[in-house]
Write a protein that binds this ligand. Structure first.
Ligand code: GLN
Length: 492
């Protein structure tokens, strides 16, 4: 019996594991220990974890088992190990943001999402690798080294939550948290063949998430199925008075909605997302998925989002402007790293920032400072904000007639490590289909929908109205139930 359970254990969904926990076939301690051992055995190939605290993690699993024994389980994911992107504060644990700048820094408080996961009994499993300060599309910008894609370790897992996606795809974690400013949950989920949700802006508290671009950042969930992602979203979402941008919306029972949602929907297909630059295999996999929905009785409608053409330009002005302001706090005085070579106070700032930040972060800070300077503010920053408003209106107009949109997540499958590092603009284009959703504040889900001839995962993006996560998760679940993609795993 033991062997039978262990065989598939690493690739079971949280929902399946909950049944085994409930029946006593496994304990949370056994499950967590196996994840730890697996990570020790295979993470040398992937580099998905920056650090973990084995004792603390096992203590949490023990507490979960004790609760379950007396019938006091706190949630469906009580006792389930969830990886945490190293940009979210967990009290007493390192918080590096993938940067040398925060080397040695220990988080002094819990992010709201961490507090909610504690209340739900989750096992907070390790600090997960990421692009420095969540800037990147390949996870090659981490001070702690690049992360490899479990399907092909010569390729990137996507970014910036590439560690989170690699950990879930390889069976090192059951679920993971990431953050998504322009695509950083959906794009790595697509590259690694798992499900990733970017919630609506304001649906999940950003308190305790180290800010990159505050008007775009959302904490997202990565898992093996839409149902699992719905359960984690259920636990962490909802209004928080510690985050003034969090919205007081009516929460649903997401996991139940996902399982029971039967209504036939109108699904829009925006032509602008299927043009030049889209790989033909990705295109046909997403088109096949659209046909699946049509055959299942949903209505498919061609729509237009003309303004999305300007999304990348607007994003790289707004995101860098906000980043330059947010990252001003890393001054060598208050957090983490301080240069030893500094001669005086001003020198501390210059040298610490010069030595502590990597090249991509510096590029963003310089660009952001430039667009916010008095000469460029109106011509660049204000104009980008106006474009953002037009993009949002485009989405709102289209959603008058549809319940969801389906698009590709990425123009290509996972590219080679090193392939795009010398050309930042090429790298930025990896998020061309995800960035508009952040600018508009809508929600987006990445769902595995095929494989390339080279055996690399392909994802589709299901986009929903703000605070309609249940609708896109239900569509994701409907597709997963009829396909085998979620049962396919990398050979590691
Ligand atoms: N790749 C995009 C960027 O580098 C998005 C990053 C993100 O979503 N955190 O800005």
């Amino acid at each position: 019996m033991e062997a039978e359970i262990n065989d598939g254990l690493f690739y079971k969904s949280a929902a399946e594991l909950e049944k085994l926990l409930n029946s006593g076939e496994i304990s949370s301690v056994e499950l967590t220990k196996k994840m730890i051992d697996r990570t020790k055995a295979i993470d040398g190939k992937l580099n998905a974890f920056i650090s973990f605290d084995e004792e603390k993690t096992l203590d949490e699993a023990k507490e979960s088992d004790a609760r379950r024994k007396v019938g006091k389980k706190l949630s469906p994911i009580d006792g389930i190990p969830v990886g945490i992107k190293d940009v979210i504060s967990e009290c007493g644990q390192p918080l590096t943001c993938g940067s040398k700048m925060l080397e040695g820094y220990i988080a002094p408080y819990d992010a709201t999402v961490i507090g909610r996961m504690r209340d739900a009994g989750c096992v907070l499993w390790g600090r997960i690798n990421m692009d420095e300060f969540a800037m990147g599309s390949s996870n090659e910008n981490s001070h702690y080294g690049p992360v490899a894609n479990p399907w092909d370790t010569t390729r990137v897992p996507g970014g910036s939550s590439g560690g989170s996606a690699a950990a879930v795809a390889s069976g090192e974690a059951v679920l993971a948290l990431g953050s998504d400013t322009g695509g950083s949950v959906r794009q790595p989920a697509a590259f690694c063949g798992i499900v990733g949700l970017k919630p609506s802006y304001g649906a999940v508290s950003r308190y305790g998430l180290v800010a990159f671009a505050s008007s775009l950042d959302q904490i997202g969930q990565l898992g093996r199925s839409s149902e699992d992602v719905a359960t984690l979203f259920q636990v962490i979402s909802g209004h928080d008075e510690n985050d003034s941008s969090s919205y007081n919306f009516e929460k649903k029972d997401y996991a139940a909605e996902v399982r029971n949602f039967q209504r036939k929907k109108t699904i829009g297909v925006p032509k602008e997302f299927f043009g030049d630059g889209l790989d033909s295999e990705v295109k046909s996999a997403v088109e096949d998925a659209i046909s699946f929905y049509e055959n299942a009785g949903h209505k498919i409608k061609d729509v237009h989002l003309e303004m999305t053409e300007y999304a990348m330009a607007a994003y790289y002005i707004i995101a860098t402007a906000e980043a330059s302001a947010n990252l001003a706090r890393f001054d060598g005085i208050r957090y983490g790293y301080r240069s030893n070579a500094a001669q005086n106070a001003v020198d501390i700032y210059y040298r610490t920032r010069g030595e502590g930040f990597g090249a991509e972060v510096k590029r963003r800070i310089m660009l952001g400072t430039f667009v916010l300077s008095s000469e460029n503010f109106e011509s660049h920053y204000l104009r980008a904000q106006k474009v953002r408003t037009l993009i949002r209106r485009d989405f709102m107009r289209v959603f008058d007639d549809v319940d969801a949109l389906i698009t590709p997540v990425t123009p290509t499958t996972a590219f080679k490590i090193g392939e795009k590092t010398s050309d930042p603009l090429q790298m930025y284009l990896a998020d061309i289909y995800t960035v508009p959703i952040n600018l508009a504040g809508f929600c987006g889900l990445s769902v595995p929908c095929g494989f390339s001839s080279g055996g690399l995962p392909i994802g589709m993006q299901v986009i929903g109205k703000p605070f309609h996560e249940h609708e896109i998760l239900a569509l994701g679940n409907e597709f997963e139930r009829a396909h085998e993609f979620k049962n396919m795993h990398p050979a590691l």
